[in-house]
Design a protein. Structure first.
Length: 153
C-alpha cells in the first residue's frame, strides 16, 4: 500500500513538473529573423519576427519583402509544436512571383528567449534545381506592459 501511494505521488510530481516546464515557455516573444542572401536579392534578409507559444503549439509571423527589400508584399506565417523541454519545430509555405518557399525551423525556447535555425527551400514556376538558404531567429519575451505615450518622448 505504501509503495503504491509513493508511486502515485511520484507520478503526480513528474506530471506537475512537466506541466510547469511547458508553461514556462508560454507567451509572446519578439525578435529578429536573418537569412542568407538569395541569388535574386540585393542583400541578406533582416526582418522583425513575432512568436507566440500556447500550450504545445507555436507560431510566428514576419513580413515578406519584394526582391530589393523596399516594400512589404505579405507575411510568412509558420506554425508547429513546442515540447515540455522548450524544443520548437515550425514549418511554413508561401509563394511570391510564382516561386514557392517551403521552410522548416527548429530550436529551443526558455522563459527568457531562445533561438531557431531553419532552411528555406525555393522552387521556381518552371521547376529546376531548388535554391536553399539558411535562416536564424533570436527572440526575447515581449513586455507585459506597453510603454505609456510619455515614455516615447
Amino acid at each position: 500500500m505504501l509503495n503504491s501511494r509513493f508511486f502515485c505521488l511520484a507520478a503526480l510530481g513528474a506530471l506537475v513538473s512537466a506541466s510547469a516546464s511547458a508553461q514556462a515557455v508560454e507567451g509572446k516573444f519578439r525578435g529578429m529573423y536573418v537569412c542568407e542572401k538569395l541569388p535574386t536579392t540585393r542583400n541578406i534578409l533582416r526582418a522583425p519576427l513575432d512568436l507566440e507559444v500556447q500550450g504545445d503549439s507555436a507560431r510566428f509571423a514576419r513580413p515578406l519583402f519584394n526582391l530589393d527589400g523596399s516594400r512589404v508584399v505579405g507575411n510568412e506565417l509558420a506554425s508547429g509544436t513546442v515540447d515540455a523541454n522548450g524544443r520548437l519545430h515550425l514549418t511554413s509555405r508561401w509563394n511570391y512571383l510564382g516561386n514557392t518557399s517551403n521552410a522548416e525551423y527548429s530550436g529551443t525556447l526558455t522563459s527568457t528567449g531562445g533561438t531557431l535555425t531553419g532552411t528555406q527551400t525555393w522552387t521556381g514556376p518552371g521547376g529546376g534545381e531548388p535554391i536553399r538558404r539558411t535562416c536564424t531567429v533570436a527572440v526575447v519575451p515581449t513586455s507585459a506592459k506597453a510603454p505609456s505615450p510619455s515614455q516615447h518622448q
